[in-house]
Design a protein around this ligand. Structure first.
Ligand code: HEC
Ligand code: HEC
Length: 406
């Protein structure tokens, strides 16, 4: 069974980051222009910092709008009833959240408590890094995100229960100075608190208990590998590390340590955790050209228009030559459901991928055909397998016209 992991957010960031232009000499003295939306998108905003606009009044119409947003954008993964059993759910790691249980990972509230409305808005806006949960800030406007948050709350009776405490917040305290003594204290706490049991002595998620951890869906869940900052669900920042182990990740074995240590200790521990992060050795050293952004690849040599007719690709054969820059534009005919058809090339460059599950995502992809051979292309919605869309495939022929060179 093929499991597709989410490729969207990192691609968005990559392409946003490459758009930076050298500043022309004459503009240096000019007043600073307001930051462009693209610049705002690449600023490292993490969970706690993400600005939350005022929530519109919750009326029946607003909830109906939320339900519509949910059906169109969320149900494919989270299920029409919000129980986590969407058509795609079996192919996703981790599984989509079951909203009827209301166990939320990202919160500013104590362990076991529900998240605040702002927490939900932030999680929906930013997505959960390293998981298939997309960042909806690129796709839904603020009002629609608030509407869908309000709708998600109706899926569990807990949100309507006045006995639920949704106002107590976990205080993070003030960061102590970051110096060697603080890091040494943090290292001692890492041992004392037993973090190594799950996260491992070197923080790579390989502690003695790591293989036996399961989440609330019964699936194995890895303890976070601290050496890879891109895997931090709330985004990578010292504050999020502190918040994470003070609130705990409800529905996972990651406990809350709020009552086990002082705020100062929490920061020192986070400083130590951050020493376990390994910066990438080479910025982006991918074998594949596709990881360069679209502009960098230059003008395409061939443009392929692909459509979908009754669960078939038209055309179902694509012929290109090795070394060509290929641009594929895909127009599915039945893309009104939130999860439409997509496009990917099996065992080829991962970036030759159009995500049909993501409403509003680009339907064009560009890649360099840098490997000769015969490849299968297929429907690449998050839920796609040969079983679900058995006829949605075709063949990409990459012909090597000059086998002697290269
Ligand atoms: C491509 C599949 C997919 C789609 C589409 C999707 N989600 Fe998710 N969502 C996930 C997965 C997977 C998780 C679980 C992530 C985890 O456990 O870390 C998740 C988790 C969540 C969470 C829980 C956050 C937390 O703190 O625990 C919320 C809230 C959420 N999704 C809301 C939405 C909303 C609202 C939409 C539609 C606008 C949506 N999701 C669309 C896959 C998806
Ligand atoms: C019983 C096992 C266990 C122990 C003990 C444990 N963790 Fe975790 N931790 C996990 C798991 C599992 C996750 C992944 C949760 C997820 O993906 O939703 C996690 C996630 C995290 C994260 C990820 C934050 C993010 O944004 O993704 C941090 C930071 C963290 N743990 C720190 C610690 C520290 C520090 C300690 C000790 C004080 C500790 N953990 C103890 C199991 C554990």
């Amino acid at each position: 069974m093929k499991r597709l992991l989410w490729a969207g957010p990192s691609l968005l960031l990559l392409s946003a980051g490459c758009g930076r232009q050298p500043i022309p000499a004459e503009s240096v003295a000019a007043p600073k222009p307001p930051p462009s939306p693209a610049a705002a998108a690449i600023a490292p905003v993490t969970f706690s910092d993400y600005p939350v606009p005022a929530k519109p009044g919750v009326t029946p119409e607003f909830l109906a709008r939320g339900r519509q947003m949910f059906d169109q954008n969320c149900a494919a993964c989270h299920g029409p009833k919000g129980d986590g059993h969407g058509v795609c759910s079996n192919f996703l790691v981790p599984r989509p959240r079951d909203f009827t249980q209301a166990h939320y990972r990202l919160r500013s509230t104590p362990t076991g408590n529900l998240p605040t409305d702002a927490d939900l808005f932030r999680a929906v806006s930013l997505g959960l890094s390293g998981t298939p949960m997309p960042p909806w800030r690129y796709l839904l406007n603020e009002t629609d995100r608030w509407a869908v948050v309000e709708y998600v709350k109706t899926l569990s009776p807990r949100f309507a229960d006045p006995k639920e405490d949704r106002t107590t917040l976990v205080q993070l305290g003030d960061p102590p100075p970051r110096n060697e003594a603080a890091i040494a204290d943090g290292r001692a706490l890492y041992t004392k608190m037993g973090c190594y049991n799950c996260h491992g002595a070197s923080g790579q998620g390989d502690g003695p208990s790591a293989l036996n951890l399961t989440d609330d869906t019964g699936q194995h869940i890895p303890a976070r590998d601290f050496s890879k900052p891109s895997g931090f669900k709330a985004g990578y920042a010292t504050r999020e590390v502190v918040r994470g182990f003070l609130t705990g990740f409800d529905g996972t074995p990651m406990p809350s340590f709020e009552s086990a240590m002082s705020k100062t200790e929490a920061w020192k521990l986070a400083y130590y955790v951050e020493t376990l992060v390994k910066p990438p050795v080479v910025p982006v050293a991918r074998a594949s050209q596709g990881f360069r952004n679209h502009e960098e690849l230059g003008a395409p040599d061939v443009k392929i228009k692909l459509t979908e007719r009754a669960w078939h690709y038209v055309p179902d054969e694509i012929h290109v030559q090795k070394g060509q820059i290929v641009e594929v534009t895909f127009e599915p005919t039945d893309n009104g459901l939130g999860a439409g058809h997509g496009f990917a090339v099996s065992s080829y460059d991962e970036v030759a991928f159009i995500n049909g599950a993501m409403v509003g995502a680009p339907k064009t992809v560009k890649f360099r055909a840098d490997r000769a051979g015969k490849f299968t292309f297929y429907c690449a919605t998050q839920c796609s397998t040969d079983k679900l869309h058995p006829l949605m495939n075709g063949t990409l022929f990459v012909e090597d016209t000059k086998p002697a060179t290269n």
